[in-house]
Design a protein around this ligand. Structure first.
Ligand SMILES: Nc1ncnc2c1ncn2[C@@H]1O[C@H](COP(=O)(O)OP(=O)(O)O)[C@@H](O)[C@H]1O
Ligand SMILES: [Mg+2]
Length: 1153
């Protein structure tokens, strides 16, 4: 099938990485052919791949004798000789390259490839897959990467290549695709479909949502396989239903979801299977993998042998873990989105089917003498009814009897045991097949795409293959019909389109007859006289109907048909054929003659279920089971018979065909290499049969008979223009003229070529191969030329660059050397110059020095000489002592000058200013000091003279205070800036002190407020103190009444502390009259002034100094005895000091600071 496309198929050059098969590749003039030469070892491989790339179109079917040999008959150009060995190679990846092409060589090629582990082979772009029956390391993620985005023809044949090609055509070219996988049972179709799906899933987009969709799509497989697959003699995991899955993608190529269609489940397997086979996997999986709790709930036993529908012999399969598979199925259902209730309901219905097989019937005779059946052991029936929540008697009645309509009256008739079993089995089959349909629909609900989204579709068809058994029944008949239809697609799409293209292109073309299997399809599906139509007719016909009447009818209608045979038609032709037994008919299918036994045709086609049973099912309160039997609703009783199995199948095949026609098909043809499922065993006879019926040889021939290659002129010219002198490097004319001019230059026979309107056609692969070889040689030459030119250019530019650099470096170096030399010369010249100048200067200096010496010598000599002369002349005029007088004179002049200068420059007159100019000559230093002292004393005298008597007295008082206290009492420095006021009380102004006036009349010296320390307690009391020139008076401040009047003569001495307090002790003479109580302790704020004035006054009046003690300890004399006063220094604080504290009767502490 050329695959795939009913559109123009320009051939894509090998070098173009578009990676699409020719039929889909758009003309790509822009695609540059990269001149990559394969390494010598890979050359052959590359050439073979190239040839594989070719689109080989069929021209005539295989059976047109001579057609296939057309190409080999053509005279071969000498250049092609060398390639023959390559084309003869037995195990080529593309069978189109086989030469000679015979059944034997084809078989040998497949066998050799198979034994090398290459299970995939191409015919053009049809993939042939031989089942290896062992796992090969060719499905790894690395392989997926290798084939992802690959060039279909540049990689080894692989199923991934076709999957990738289909996926990319879908994504990039917006073409819906379908992948048709055909082959007989066990040939690897299902595996192939899974490989395609998993590849597409691996390469199509990522992301959470996409992954979920992918998972759902992939997980539908284990679920469907569990319910739809079974072990058969030929295949341990044989699909017992046809499956077509549409995967839908968005414009980015990301999967959106899908739709699964299922075809004709082999439901008879539910009730019966051949020895050595098994029922559907799910039953075994459920029993092996279901937990005890689950089995209990489903009322099942774990032992398979308990169930009539399952194997009596060993049920487990080697290498298959049913329990693990059951868990996988449960997980998969979870992924798809089944709720736990749904899973439970599904398993319950499955259990019901299994248990139905155990419902035993027995016969008894009714009163009427009629045989009737009943259920002797109702346990199983009851359990079923518990599961489906139905009244057991209702089910028993439905199983054992039947309602018949007789003259508008419903009559219940009992069934015979065999009728009862027939009904029971029909029910089991129906429940199971309807459950399977429900399952598919349920999966579809999960994976369906929301409407409205624009989508592209990739369909994968994995349908049961052509089956020829010893005994072929209704199932084989419909299966083979379906395969016949698929073959029809294959033939029509391949041959029709191929020929149409030649006509379209205006190529001279004799229309080729090809075997159209529509005659067989018509024999089966024709609406009036087709086998299916007649079967339906027989089923619907009233009266006696059985298989014999059906066969008779067939023999009548198809007697003359070329593809129909039966005993009767043979007899008519007087042919004896022992292989065709009676009650059989034979059809000459495309894949071989198959003899069908008509037994069971009517029953299977009718597929009838007693209405009582469907009504009983509908009556159950199990929602899922009930929904499977909508016709059981008594409200909707329809007298119309349901469509027969045959017509249903025909309709669904027709839909499938329409679906496939609308898509671009990709073929995977699976071959089974042996009957024993043995790894790597290649049974030639078995494969040969398949090669024959798959029509592989014809397939290759068809591809080779027509023009093997075609390509748009533009693309052809682009690829091969380097082969012609006129066309290389550019062709200015039309593309077709260019191609013609190019080919005219080459030694290719004219019959090898055909010029279409838009495309060039090349008949044999050899010619193209030769072209390609020439091209490769030419490309190699051109590549060498380019290399040569490039290397020359590169060397030249490099040389020029090096030369330029060398010149630059040399220039810089020379410049640098010159500069260096120059600097050295300059340094030397300067050195020489310096030496010369130095030498000259030194010579000059020497000269000048000697000159000066001579001058000086001459002057000295002349001075001495003149002196001598003068002395000699004036000696008589000089007297003795003249020098002393001269010296005196000079001294006087100097002193005079000193005094005059001093007068003009006297220092300021301020007393405190002690500045004085220094002596100008050392002999005047003593004088100068003297003068300085005199000046100072004079300044002081002047100052004193200008003082007022009060000020003088004040200063005298201050002086006296200084003599008394300086450096002895801490209070003294504080008193310095305070002027001695003497009168602090304001006696004259304050009339309060009137009385004191009188006391002070005799010359007041000082008046102030003091505090007197109580001799007994140490506390102080305020007193006014008046000091006159004769007395010291203490008065009370309130009354201003003198309290104590002491004559100054009574004062013996005064004691004060060292600190800054105002404490004083006034020691009185013992003879004193004023102080009878003893010495006074006073605290004065003007202590310094008070003591000073006291001292001065005493001096003035008595000419005696006041004895003043400044000490830390002294004793006082009181009336009550002596008291030791201790001065204690306390920390400074806010407390007023001094504080006197009495300590016992003879001790007092004065706190001061
Ligand atoms: N590509 C393969 N690699 C390894 N084993 C394979 C391959 N294809 C098929 N098989 C084996 O062949 C068996 C039958 O394949 P299957 O696809 O179920 O056949 P079919 O669907 O054609 O009846 C599989 O169970 C598997 O063991
Ligand atoms: Mg299968």
């Amino acid at each position: 099938m050329a695959v795939g496309s009913r559109r123009a198929r320009p051939w894509v050059p090998l070098g173009c990485s578009a990676g699409v098969r020719g039929s889909r590749a758009a003309p790509s003039p822009s695609c540059p052919p990269p001149p990559r030469l394969p390494p010598p070892g890979r050359r052959e491989e590359a050439e073979a791949e190239f040839i594989r790339a070719a689109r080989i179109g069929p021209r005539c079917p295989s059976f047109l004798a001579g057609c296939g040999g057309q190409s080999s008959a053509a005279p071969e150009p000498p250049a092609m000789e060398a390639t023959a060995s390559l084309l003869d190679a037995a195990a080529v990846g593309d069978l189109v390259l086989l030469d000679p092409l015979t059944e034997e060589s084809l078989l040998r090629a497949l066998q050799e490839r198979f034994q090398r582990g290459d299970i995939y082979t191409y015919i053009g772009n049809v993939v042939i897959s031989v089942n290896p029956y062992r796992s090969l390391p060719i499905y790894t993620p690395e392989k997926v990467q290798e084939y992802h985005g690959c060039n279909f023809f540049a990689v080894k044949p692989h199923i991934y290549a076709i999957a990738d090609d289909a996926y990319r055509s879908l994504r990039d070219r917006d073409q819906d695709q379908c992948i048709l996988i055909t082959g007989e049972s066990g040939a690897g179709k299902t595996e192939a479909s899974k490989l395609v799906m998993s590849y597409v899933a691996a390469v199509c987009g990522k992301g959470e949502e996409v992954t979920k969709v992918k998972e759902q799509l992939l997980q539908s497989n284990p679920v469907l396989e569990a319910f739809g697959n079974a072990k058969t003699i030929r295949n341990d995991n044989s699909s017992r239903f046809g499956k077509y899955m549409d995967v839908e993608f968005d414009f980015k190529g990301e999967p959106l979801g899908g739709v699964i269609s299922n075809y004709l489940l082999e439901k008879s397997r539910v009730i019966r299977h051949v020895q050595g086979e098994r029922n559907f996997h799910i039953f075994y999986q459920l029993l092996a993998g279901g937990s005890a709790e689950l089995l209990q709930r489903l009322r099942l036993r774990q032992d398979c042998r308990h169930y009539g529908y399952l194997n009596r012999e060993s049920s487990s399969l080697p290498g298959v873990d049913d329990a693990a598979n059951f868990r996988a199925v449960q997980d998969a259902m979870g992924v798809i989105g089944f709720s736990t209730d749904e899973v439970m309901a599904l398993l319950e219905v499955t259990a019901v089917v299994l248990k139905l097989g155990n419902v035993q019937l027995s016969s008894h005779f009714q009163a009427s003498g009629m045989e009737a059946c009943s259920i002797p052991e109702p346990r199983e029936l009851e359990e079923i009814c518990q599961l489906i929540r139905l009244d057991p008697s209702a089910l028993e009645q439905a199983l054992c009897s039947r309602t018949v309509k007789a003259r508008d009256e419903m009559v219940l008739t009992s069934l015979s045991v065999s009728q009862g079993y027939y009904g029971r089995d029909a029910l089991a089959k129906n429940i199971y097949s309807r459950l399977f349909d429900w399952l598919v629909n349920r999966i579809n609900t999960s994976i369906q795409v929301k409407p409205g989204k624009q989508r592209k579709v990739m369909g994968v068809l994995d349908i049961y293959g052509f089956e020829i058994f010893q005994d072929n029944g209704f199932e084989q008949f419909v299966i083979n019909y379906c395969n016949e239809k698929l073959q029809q697609i294959f033939i029509l799409l391949t041959l029709k389109e191929e020929q149409e293209e030649y006509v379209r292109e205006g190529i001279q073309w004799t229309p080729v007859e090809f075997f159209d299997n529509s005659i067989i399809c018509n024999l089966i599906e024709n609406g009036t006289c087709g086998i299916l139509a007649m079967l339906d007719e027989e089923c619907l016909r009233p009266g006696v109907v059985n298989e014999d009447t059906f066969l008779g009818k067939l023999n009548q209608a198809c007697a003359a048909h070329r593809h129909y045979e039966s005993k009767e038609t043979q007899n008519a032709k007087r042919v004896t054929d022992a292989s065709l037994p009676p009650r059989c008919f034979r059809i000459h299918h495309y894949a071989g003659k198959v003899t069908y036994n008509v037994t069971g045709f009517i029953e299977k086609n009718n597929d009838l279920l007693f209405r009582d049973l469907s009504q009983a099912m509908w009556a159950s309160r199990h929602p899922l089971l009930r929904s499977l039997f909508p016709e059981g609703d008594p409200q909707k009783v329809s007298l119309k018979l349901p469509p027969t199995a045959g017509s249903q199948f025909k309709a669904s095949v027709a839909t499938l065909m329409r679906n496939l026609y609308s898509k671009n098909p990709n073929y995977i043809r699976c071959i089974k290499p042996n009957e024993t499922k043995a790894p790597m065993l290649f049974t030639r006879e078995l494969v040969l049969v398949q090669i024959r019926y798959l029509g592989l040889l014809e397939n290759v021939r068809v591809r080779r008979a027509g023009y093997a290659f075609r390509q748009l002129y533009g693309s052809f010219l682009e690829r091969y223009k380097m082969l012609g002198k006129k066309t290389w490097p550019r062709w200015a004319g039309s593309e077709r003229a260019g191609a013609e001019a190019l080919l005219a230059e080459l030694p290719i026979p004219a019959e090898e070529l055909a010029y279409g309107h838009t495309k060039l056609f090349i008949r044999s692969p050899r010619t193209l191969f030769d072209l390609e070889r020439r091209r490769q040689e030419r490309v190699a030459e051109l590549a060498t030329l380019i290399q040569k030119m490039f290397r020359g250019w590169r060397c030249r530019t490099q040389f020029q660059l090096m030369r330029k650099s060398q010149i630059l470096i040399a220039a810089w170096f020379r410049g640098h050397a010159q500069k260096h030399r120059y600097r050295q010369m300059r340094r030397s010249a300067l050195l020489l110059q310096a030496y010369a100048r130095g030498w000259k200067s030194r010579r000059l200096l020497r000269e000048l020095k000697s000159q000066r010496r001579r001058h000086r010598a001459a002057s000295t000599i002349s001075a001495y000489w003149r002196g001598y002369q003068v002395r000699k002349t004036y000696r008589k005029y000089f007297r003795s002592g003249a020098s002393a007088r001269l010296a005196n004179f000079i001294y006087r002049r100097l002193v005079q000058k000193f005094f005059v200068g001093l007068r003009n420059n006297l220092p300021p007159l301020a007393v405190t200013d002690r500045t004085w100019p220094p002596a100008p000559y050392r002999f005047l230093a003593g004088t100068n000091q003297e003068l300085k002292d005199i000046f100072h004393r004079w300044k002081c005298k002047k100052y004193r003279e200008q003082l007022t008597p009060q000020r003088r007295a004040l200063l005298q008082a201050k002086l006296c205070a200084s003599e008394l206290f300086k450096d002895k009492k801490t209070l003294y420095p504080k008193s310095l800036p305070q002027p001695f006021q003497g009168e602090y009380l304001g006696l004259t102004q304050n009339p309060k002190y009137q009385k004191l006036h009188a006391v002070a009349k005799d010359k007041l010296v000082m008046a102030e407020a003091v505090r007197k320390v109580n001799r007994a307690s140490g506390k102080t009391v305020p007193r006014l103190l008046l000091l006159t020139t004769e007395h010291l008076v203490l008065a009370e401040p309130k009354g201003a009444q003198p309290k104590t009047v002491l004559s100054l003569g009574d004062i013996r001495s005064v004691s004060v502390t060292r600190f800054s307090d105002g404490f004083l002790a006034l020691h009185l003479k013992e003879s004193s009259t004023g102080g009878t109580k003893g010495d006074f302790l006073l605290v004065s704020d003007h202590l310094i002034e008070l003591v000073t004035r006291l001292h001065q006054t005493l001096m003035d009046t008595t000419a005696q100094a006041l004895p003043l003690h400044i000490a830390d300890q002294f004793s006082t004399r009181f009336q009550k005895g002596d008291m030791a006063v201790t001065v204690v220094e306390s920390a400074k604080g806010s407390r007023e000091v001094p504080v006197c504290k009495k300590k016992g009767s003879h001790k007092m502490e004065v706190l001061v600071h």
